[in-house]
Design a protein around this ligand. Structure first.
Ligand code: PEP
Length: 256
C-alpha cells in the first residue's frame, strides 16, 4: 500500500522568519501520523529556518523547489544537490511547470536534475503536465508520456524507486480550476502504465503519483478517494495554515 504524500510548494513566498512561525504553528496543528508523509518546500532562503522549526525528529520532511545538476562551480545564482542535502532536504521538486514556462527549463535539463538529485541522495518529485491547448487537442497522454520518457530515460529500477511523479496540468495550477478526480485518475493510470512498460509491475505499483493543480480542502477528499492518486502537490492552499492543516488531516485518514 502506498502511503499518501502531501507536499506544500511555497513558491516565492514567506521570509525566513515568517516561515519559522508558520512551521511551528503547523506542527501544533498537525498530529503525528503514520498514515501520510508531509513535505514542506519553502524557498531556498527559508530552508534552514524551516528545518530548525521542524526540529531534529520531525516527521515532516524538507524539500527544495529546484536544484542545479552540477555539484559546485561557476553557476551564479544556482544551488546544488549537496548544498540542499547539507541543509537537511530529503526531497527536491524538479521540472515544475513554472520553471518550464517562466525559466525555459527543458526535458534535457530536467533529466540532468533528476540524476543529480538521485546521485546526491535527494528524492526527486518530478512534475509533468499538459497545457490547456494540449488537453483540448487531446494530446494530454502523449505530452505527459514524452515528458516522462525524456526525464526518466535510462533510470535504473532502484533509482526509480526514489522518484515521485506529480501530475500537474498546467491549466489547473493557480487557476482555481482543478482537474476532476476522473481526469486526474485517467492520467495517473496512464503514467502507471508507462512505468510498468518501461520498468516493471513492481515499480509501477510502488511509485507514488501525486496530483497538483488548485488542490483545496474542498476537493482533497474526492481526489484521495481514488487509489490511483497517492497525494497532492499543493501550491496556494499550503500558504494558509487552516487550509493546509485540513488537507493534511484528510490525507492522514487511514485508507480503506
Ligand atoms: C503548484 O505550485 O504546484 C500548484 C499546484 O499550485 P496551486 O495548488 O496553487 O494550483
Amino acid at each position: 500500500m502506498r502511503r499518501p504524500l502531501i507536499v506544500g510548494n511555497w513558491k516565492m513566498n514567506k521570509t525566513a522568519s515568517e516561515a519559522a512561525v508558520f512551521t511551528r504553528d503547523l506542527r501544533k496543528r498537525v498530529p503525528v501520523s503514520p498514515y501520510a508523509d508531509v513535505v514542506l518546500a519553502p524557498p531556498f532562503t527559508a530552508l534552514e529556518s524551516v528545518r530548525n522549526a521542524l526540529g531534529p525528529s520531525s516527521l515532516i520532511s524538507l524539500a527544495a523547489q529546484n536544484l542545479h545538476w552540477e555539484p559546485y562551480g561557476a553557476f551564479t545564482g544556482e544551488v546544488s544537490a549537496p548544498m540542499l542535502r547539507d541543509l537537511g532536504c530529503r526531497y527536491v521538486i524538479v521540472g515544475h511547470s513554472e520553471r518550464r514556462t517562466c525559466f525555459g527549463e527543458r526535458d534535457e535539463s530536467i533529466q540532468k536534475k533528476v540524476l543529480a538529485a538521485l546521485k546526491f541522495g535527494l528524492a526527486p518529485i518530478l512534475c509533468v503536465g499538459e497545457s490547456l491547448a494540449d488537453r483540448e487537442a487531446e494530446r494530454t497522454e502523449s505530452v505527459v508520456t514524452a515528458q516522462l520518457s525524456s526525464s526518466l530515460a535510462g533510470l535504473p529500477t532502484q533509482d526509480l524507486a526514489t522518484v515521485t511523479i506529480a501530475y500537474e496540468p498546467v491549466w489547473a495550477i493557480g487557476t482555481g480550476r482543478a482537474a476532476t478526480t476522473e481526469q486526474a485518475v485517467t492520467v495517473h493510470r496512464s503514467i502507471r502504465l508507462f512505468v510498468e512498460t518501461g520498468w516493471n509491475s513492481e515499480s509501477a505499483s510502488a511509485i507514488r503519483i501525486l496530483y497538483g493543480g488548485s488542490v483545496t480542502p474542498q476537493n482533497i477528499e474526492s481526489l484521495l478517494a481514488s487509489d490511483a492518486i497517492d497525494g497532492a502537490l499543493v501550491g496556494g492552499a499550503c500558504l494558509n495554515l487552516d487550509s493546509f492543516a485540513t488537507i493534511i488531516t484528510f490525507a492522514q485518514r487511514p485508507r480503506a
